[in-house]
Design a protein around this ligand. Sequence first.
Ligand SMILES: [Zn+2]
Length: 350
Amino acid sequence: MGFKGLGLVYDPIYLEHDTGGHVEQPKRLTETLAVLEAKGITERLVKLSPRAAAAEEVAQIHTRDYFKRLASFCQAGGGHLDPDTVASPRSFEVALAAVGGLLNAVDAVQEGTVARAFALVRPPGHHALPHRAMGFCLFNNVAVAARYARQKYGIDRILIVDWDYHHGNGTEAVFYAEPGVLYFSTHSATGYPGTGRVERVGEGPGEGFNVNIPLPDLAGDEDFGFVFDEILVPVAEEYSPGLVLVSAGQDGYRMDPIAGMDLTPRGYGLMAAAVRRIADRHAGGRLVGCLEGGYHLPGLGECVCAILEQWAGKEGHSGDSRWQVKPEVEAAAAAVKRVHRSYWRCFAGG
Ligand SMILES: [Zn+2]
């Protein structure tokens, strides 16, 4: 069988979530598409359309009460859901299309229509909790997709890699007690929302399946390359996921207006290549990315482009092994290994 290509989920409906003067704005998508077009990536992508997620699908993660409240809030004209999160009259439908876009991406990859997929959607999802919106997020797109993949395709080990600058507290909360979904997150140790400590390893049957890597601000490409090599790759090797989902937030980009990391498009390419190798080795290549944060225009587009370049071809970047690592990042990685040594054989000797 030949290479089926990289799917891109997009639809203009995603521009109808009107956030006013907010950094999480429709231009994030239109400017990203312009960069992809200018770099000649668009013609290498397979277009995928979204659908509206069904209430039953969203209810696998979110409470029916929240679902109804959000619908009527938007119908009544919208406004502020919390100090950071706004909704417009169309936001409920757009949020359903964001979830449904990711579900279609999962279907396309599972059914073999495409080899991999990226969902260029908004609103983002990883802060959304079962019972409420939070941090620009309305529904937790990736969490609904993981549950859907598990139920529809019987995938019993799903890896979620979240490289957004901010900790995905919503995703962590949903799967905290579940071994069937391994949540791996790199994030700022000091940034919003203040969650994501390394000691938060999961609970009950999920103990050990929540891997938080809080990093100092100013961590850059080499630091993230190191952390992915030292922690994600060996853990994934032991876990052997049947599907890899990526909460792809590009707000770690060095010029991002609301964050403080030092990543460049090269760093996103390195991380994209790493998750791709994991998916190829364990999951039959099945890999689905979903846009989360990233607020610098056009830096977001450059970073998404670097990711798609690693996923669009038959072969990706082969991987580096020597990294120039900041001492604070080395210490952060050592702490993760220490905390997780009783759960993962790869860290047992540490
Ligand atoms: Zn973020």
